[in-house]
Each structure stands twice: as structure tokens, then as C-alpha cells.
Write a new protein. Sequence first.
Length: 138
Amino acid sequence: HMPIRNLIFMTSPFDFSETGLYGPLLDEKYFNLDKAVDTFGNIPPEMIDFGNKMLKPITNFVGPYVALVDRSENERFVESWRLVQKWVGDGIPFPGESYRQWIRDFYQNNKLVKGELVIRGQKVDLANIKANVLNISG
């Protein structure tokens, strides 16, 4: 194995104790994870997209169309807007068991920071990261 020199994360949380509005949406008290996965199998991209958009509903549901109307005379913008909307709306299903593990281990139990996360039979210890880390969030 070659050593990893640099790690760059884009909006990837490590500590899931403060997840903003995702916390209540994915809390076991309100969200029956097993029922969702057992019902859908793979989680439909529309479900994930809707959940993300509900974090800022006006901005996410109305904002793109306001921008389109404001710049509708700019053909290049309109074409770019159309392509971006197609790309954003072209999600793929999230594999059900991966989704179950992701939500339970990270959002509901915060196993990464607690040192309880196990991948392929090996405990993940953040202290073992020897690479430079850049985490971009905002």
C-alpha cells in the first residue's frame, strides 16, 4: 500500500453530535430507519433530495426558478441552468443496507468520533490518520 499524503473532505462531518436540522430528521424517535429501508429496499433519490431540500425549503424549491426568471434573457444562463437542474435531479438510489449503516452508525450513534466505528472488521481510530487533512465546510 502507498501511504496517503493528503486527505481533502468536502462538507464531511466527523462529529455527528451537532448535525443541524439533519439531527431531528434522522433521530430514532421520529425516523424509523428500519421501516424505511425494509419498505423501499434502495432509498429513492427523490426521498434523499426532498429531505435535503427541506432544510431550506424556500431557497431550495423556489430559489432556482427565481434565478431563472431573473436571468431568462441570458440564453447561456438558461442553458446552463437547464443542464444543472437535469444533473441535480438525476440521482441514483442509495443502496438500502449502506443507507441503514450510514444513518445508524454516523447520525444516530456518532460511532466515528466515539471510536466505535468498525469497517471490514477493523476499528477506525481517527488518531491513526497521519496525512494532512483539509475539511472544507460551510
